[in-house]
Design a protein around this ligand. Structure first.
Ligand SMILES: [Zn+2]
Length: 526
């Protein structure tokens, strides 16, 4: 069997996703990350048809230093009635400098006759002419057969003749596309097996997720003999998206034992998938298979006690293989075992401190009744544990008071100014801060004051802020829950605050975020 191709189309098909807009620099950054991930091919876009993509290939030649991956240019077969050698769009593929060209062609008779408005014979000629011209120009050619599965069901002989024509003209791989995404795994398996038996061509699969089966369909194609899979990172793509390439490759490697990407590079998979979502500005999906933040998170107290004995009892694989980690969610369902596991995750040994486990558990349960939630606030739980183990160890400063004033000119725009008074390092620290909102102003004032006692705070910054107003369910007033993510540039942590006012809740989450950052750096209390 040929080595499996893992072919990424995030920059072309993935970029079709609603709301996703990539600059050329974004595309270059993503290409670098894809190379780190260990994919074999990176489809950069459609040079000639799209000026941004033409620029991408120009800059890629100078700026991208790919370690492992090969860049591919996407394009279409020549125009109806023309000649490939004279077609400017075909020439643009050659000019892109990419050594691999992936051509899209029609293989569904309805699309040839009604969308392309030409004869079935001319469509085959377009495939033959364009593939052989590009092979003659020294390019490796892959052919994407659009709507192949639907076309095969409508007119199998014609669909097969497109595959044969491309194969005979020198295409290295013929990729069967489920363009409308309507297939199920058993159908993909049937069609792929039939095409391989009937044509002997090397076959690939390009699946969309409209039935929720894109990853399953890609795996089914490989089981039926396909040796090339296409997909996108994080499953980006129009409608319901493309096959999630990391899910597909991880299934092939860890479940079927196939040689898809390097085992070593999978250890960076979670990090890379998340880094790409930073570039695309599409929030990472926490329940994503393998790389999601919740992919190996356990909540039930019952599970947690068994997890302590043997984590493998409750997870399908070692999360470290894909760069993820097991997490125990501390919640009202959690028992003592969850607290002990949480402590172990933070590097604290509570084995001979049942008193600490009991007091933190009681505190967690009490706070949860009042609207706190610790599923996404690991750092707050860690501070509670540390404080219970060594009272005073989280007291980096004393708060004397804080206040915020917000002014508006009446035109809708408002600015805020905060004043913070603290005590640390034997002195009284007073600072003011301005911001476009009250929390932003408080954050600035807090940092300004603390930086005099703790210059280490420089590295610590607030990176995400989420607010939720909780219902007044028991006849009490509504409370506000604030979750804050803080980073030191290398890692990040989450803290929570719950209070009657958004500012009081934010203050708690902000100060905990900073205290956790100082503790992490091993900064002594002053
Ligand atoms: Zn597609």
């Amino acid at each position: 069997m040929e080595a499996l191709h893992v072919y990424d189309t995030t920059l072309r098909d993935g970029a079709q996703q609603e709301g996703l807009n990539l600059s050329v620099s974004d595309k270059l950054a993503i290409a670098g990350l894809l190379d780190d991930l260990g994919v074999d091919f990176i489809e950069g876009g459609w040079p000639g048809a799209n000026p941004k993509d033409t620029e991408f290939f120009e800059r890629a030649g100078k700026e991208l230093h790919l370690r492992r991956a090969t860049l591919a240019a996407f394009g279409a077969t020549r125009r109806v009635g023309g000649v490939a050698a004279d077609d400017p769009l075909v020439q643009a593929l050659v000019d892109s400098g990419a050594s691999v060209v992936c051509l899209v062609a029609k293989s569904h008779t309805g699309h040839v006759e009604r969308a392309l408005r030409t004869t079935l014979e001319e469509n085959l000629e377009m495939v033959r002419d364009t593939v052989s011209h590009l092979v003659g120009e020294g390019r490796r050619v892959f052919l994407d057969c659009e709507h192949f599965f639907d076309g095969w069901h409508l007119d199998r002989d014609y669909a097969l003749s497109v595959v044969r024509t491309a194969h005979d003209a020198g295409a290295e791989v013929v990729v069967l596309c489920d363009t409308n995404g309507g297939m199920l795994p058993h159908q993909v398996e049937e069609v792929v097996s039939d095409v391989i038996a009937a044509t002997g061509a090397r076959i690939g699969a390009h699946c969309h997720n409209d039935t929720g089966c894109a990853a399953a369909n890609s795996v089914a194609a490989v089981r039926a003999g396909a040796t090339h899979v296409q997909g996108t990172v994080n499953g980006y793509g129009e409608r319901t998206g493309n096959a999630d390439l990391v899910t597909v490759a991880a299934n092939l490697r860890f479940k079927l034992g196939l040689d898809a990407m390097e085992a070593d590079s999978f250890r960076r998979a979670k990090h890379i998938a998340h880094a790409i979502s930073e570039v695309t500005n599409v929030p990472a999906y926490s329940r994503q298979p393998y790389v999601g933040a919740s992919a190996f998170a356990h909540k039930a107290g019952l599970h947690a006690s068994a997890l302590k004995v043997d984590p493998d009892l409750y997870q399908h694989m070692d999360p470290a293989l894909v760069g993820n980690g097991m997490r125990t969610l501390v919640s009202d369902m959690a028992g003592r075992a969850s607290i002990e596991l949480k402590a172990r995750e933070a590097g604290l040994d509570l084995s001979d401190r049942p008193d600490v486990v009991a007091s933190v558990l009681a505190e967690v349960k009490d706070l949860e009744l009042r609207g706190w939630t610790f599923d996404a606030a690991d750092a707050t739980v860690e501070l509670m544990l540390r404080e219970a183990l060594e009272p005073g160890c989280t007291h980096y400063f004393e708060v004397e008071s804080w206040r915020v004033i917000t002014d508006s000119s009446g035109e809708g725009d408002a600015t805020s100014e905060a004043t913070v008074k603290l005590r640390a390092d034997g002195s009284r620290l007073i600072a003011t801060g301005e911001g476009n909102g009250p929390v932003n102003a408080l954050d600035h004032a807090l940092r300004e004051a603390l930086s005099r006692a703790y210059p280490e705070i420089e590295k610590i910054e607030l990176i995400d802020f989420k607010v939720r107003i909780l219902d007044a369910s028991h006849g009490t007033d509504a409370v506000t829950r604030v979750l804050i993510e803080t980073s030191d540039g290398e890692s990040s942590w989450d803290t929570i605050g719950v209070a009657g006012s958004i500012l009081a809740a934010s203050w708690r989450a902000l100060t905990d975020g900073i205290v956790h950052g100082l503790l992490r750096q091993g900064v002594p209390r002053r």
